[in-house]
Design a protein around this ligand. Structure first.
Ligand code: UFG
Length: 335
């Protein structure tokens, strides 16, 4: 049976997608270099699914290692998650970010081409929309105007994929623009486990709730939103993972094309909505203080998920309560 290569498969979204693929009978090969993940996450994917898969500890900068994977396995498609993703860090380390997020994709595409594998699902981000003039954001909303190397790296790869498709329309390409994934698998075995102090909201909240961090800084309460705090489109990571299955199904069934989809819920929640819901659902206090705005943040960002619903039947099913409960369940389980 032909296999799907999942790069960055040990990471947060990667592990959840591996679970959904394995549960649906897909065979997978996983690549990761554990730059921001742990081997135990893959063991837990096996525990959840009761299925095994081949794993390569490889950095995608290594073209020869990529060749070996394509030589040794009958790969029909790639889902590419392998990337750095911390906005703040990317400003400090642009060379590392462009190398790891752009050069490695060029290597991957080059080796895919050489092995005649022309189906790819790429992890992009709502960050490519910059500071949106209008919400909800549709796929036709302007892109670019990114404010940090992380965002620019995603924007660059999207452009590379579009140029690639223009040059050879036998490629099947799905670009998925994620909004704000939170939550964890209901088993509590996999979830977001950053190797350092969390930069994102939910991983920070769980550390405050568990007493590992003192209090959350809410970055600004003077935005033009219902309670003054930033509004985002939070999507449960399992829903997001299912979005990749829908994208693969689309490429397998209909093929031949380059497709771009927003993966979000279409609902915007403020930082205080998240804190309040987390406290209520989990019956636990989250200490917070109002702090100045974080540089580079925008007031409001949420998706118009209609295109993904119509074209690939993607619909986020889980509620904010599910997201808050599952994030906390994972945190309790790993400690
Ligand atoms: N926030 C806080 N305190 C924190 C962390 C976050 O108040 O300690 C607030 C932010 O100001 C923002 C909201 O919580 O209003 C969400 O922040 P996150 O850092 O969790 O997520 P972002 O929306 O900033 O980042 C997301 C993705 C990135 C992507 C970016 C583009 O995580 O990958 O959107 O805007 F680049």
């Amino acid at each position: 049976m032909k296999k799907i290569l999942v790069t960055g498969g040990a990471g947060y979204i990667g592990t959840h997608t591996c679970v959904e693929l394995l549960n649906r009978g897909y065979e997978i090969v996983v690549l990761d270099n554990f730059s921001n993940s742990k081997e135990s996450a893959l063991e837990n994917v096996k525990k959840i699914t009761g299925k095994d898969f081949k794993f390569y500890n490889v950095d995608m900068i290594d073209k020869k290692a990529l060749d070996t994977i394509f030589d040794e396995n009958d790969i029909e498609a790639v889902i590419d998650f392998a990337a750095y993703k911390a906005v703040g860090e990317s400003v400090e380390k642009p060379v590392e970010y462009y190398t790891n997020n752009v050069s490695t994709v060029l290597n991957l595409l080059d080796r895919m081409k050489a092995h005649n594998v022309k189906k790819i699902v790429f992890s992009s981000s709502a960050t490519v929309y910059g500071d949106p003039k209008v919400v909800p954001i549709t796929e036709e909303s302007p892109t670019g105007g990114t404010t940090n190397p992380y965002g620019t790296s995603k924007y660059m790869v999207e452009q590379i994929l579009k140029d690639l498709y223009k040059s050879d329309n036998t490629w099947d390409i799905a670009i998925l623009r994620y909004f704000n994934p939170i939550g964890a698998h209901e088993s509590g075995l996999i979830g977001e486990a950053p190797n350092s102090i969390p930069a994102n909201l939910m991983p920070y909240i769980v550390k405050v709730a568990s007493g590992k961090l003192e209090k959350l800084s809410v970055f600004g309460n003077d935005y033009n939103t219902k309670d003054g705090t930033g509004v985002r489109d939070y999507i449960h990571v399992v829903d997001l993972a299912v979005g990749h299955i829908k994208a693969i199904e689309k490429l397998n069934k209909e093929g031949k094309g380059l497709f771009i989809y927003n993966l979000g819920t279409g609902k915007g929640y403020s930082v205080l909505d998240i804190v309040n819901t987390f406290e209520k659902v989990n019956n636990i206090k989250v200490n917070y203080t109002i702090a100045p705005r974080r540089k580079g943040d925008i007031a409001t960002c949420f998706a118009d998920p209609e295109k993904a619903r119509k074209e690939i039947g993607f619909e986020a099913k889980k509620t904010l309560e599910d997201m808050c409960r599952d994030s906390w369940n994972f945190e309790k389980n790993i400690n």
